[in-house]
Design a protein around this ligand. Structure first.
Ligand code: CP
Ligand code: NVA
Length: 308
């Protein structure tokens, strides 16, 4: 079964092939109206279940639209409305859904939930974000970087703030795509040690730099994300804000980076918190290209999962 669970558990050659296909499909569509089908309809007759146990704008809409453009049908499901949210096991849900649909995308909490779904499904499962990772986002981010600046190999990504699920997926991707990674945030919110070690063993030069200006000094790309993720306890909000405030991506920080460094944020952004309006709306920001490329990257991921 060809699941897309994480960047590091996907063959690097396949990751490249997925991005090549995403670029081709994006080019082939041109600027035709968004609701019109692609020239090729590889998902004709296929049904995709999109399960959300957490809120979503981009993931929900880009997967739904992508399936439609490729000729398929979607079912967008909320975990709380399913028996899943009322005691039915993940394993049984996976077995049942596999009798109805051709592909499952799930956004959930623990990584163990995603793994249990994949272990018991007889159709491919795609990770639409867990507390630990967000691989579809990183595929779109690599695609976006390369559209603007060419190959990401040998470039340095500076992550500012919380060592969260998106940061961890960047670490997963560092070895696969051959980029270097600087983490700049408070020690209490570092990414997992084992992921830092694995990225280093995979050939990435991973640095921890507590001084934000020093962290961006040689960055090709600056990335940040919310200070409170969907899986984080609401009670930790004030503590997190206090710890993370020095790592805000603002004009002064961007001025400390090389002149051609880009800025990314997976969105939703909390303007004035982790990033300022001036940066988000400024000339270095490619955040809306990232959001668009979720669509193209995920269409290629779905085709790869289904061997289409
Ligand atoms: N970036 C992202 O995954 O956004 P949503 O939470 O809106 O899906
Ligand atoms: N780190 C954020 C990403 C949202 C797309 C979260 O998990 O809430």
């Amino acid at each position: 079964m060809t699941h897309f669970l994480d960047i590091h558990s996907t063959d690097p050659g396949d990751l490249r092939a997925i991005l090549d296909q995403a670029r081709q499909m994006k080019t082939a569509r041109g600027d035709r109206p968004k609701g019109t089908p692609d020239d090729e309809l590889p998902l004709a007759g296929r049904v995709v279940a999109l399960i959300f146990e957490k809120p979503s704008t981009r993931t929900r809409i880009s997967f739904d639209l992508g399936v439609r453009q490729m000729g398929g049908t979607t079912m967008v499901l909320s975990g709380t409305d399913m028996q899943l949210g009322h005691g039915e096991t993940i394993a049984d849900t996976a077995r049942v859904l596999s009798r109805y649909v051709d592909l499952i995308m799930i956004r959930t909490f623990g990584e163990d939930i995603l793994t249990e779904m994949a272990d018991h499904a007889s159709v491919p499962v795609i990770n639409g974000l867990t507390d630990s990772s967000h691989p579809c986002q990183i595929m779109a981010d690599v695609m976006t970087y390369e559209e603007h600046r060419g190959s990401i190999r040998g470039k340095r990504i500076a992550w500012m703030g919380d060592g969260n699920n998106v940061a961890q997926s960047f670490l997963h991707a560092a070895g696969s795509f051959g980029f270097d990674f600087t983490f700049s945030g408070p020690p209490q919110l570092d990414p997992r040690d084992d992921l830092i070690g694995a990225a280093r063993r995979a050939g990435s030069d991973v640095r921890i730099e507590r001084d934000p200006s020093a962290a961006v000094a040689d960055a090709d790309l600056i990335v940040t994300d919310t200070w409170v993720s969907m899986g984080d306890a609401e009670s930790s909000r004030q503590r997190r804000h206090n710890l993370l405030r020095p790592y805000q991506v603002n004009e002064a920080l961007v001025a400390a980076a090389p002149a051609d460094a880009l800025v990314m944020h997976c969105l939703p952004a909390h303007r004035g918190e982790e990033i300022t309006d001036a940066v988000l709306d400024g000339p270095r920001s490619v955040v809306f290209d990232e959001a668009e490329n979720r669509l193209h990257a995920q269409k290629a991921i779905m085709r790869w999962c289904l061997g289409l």
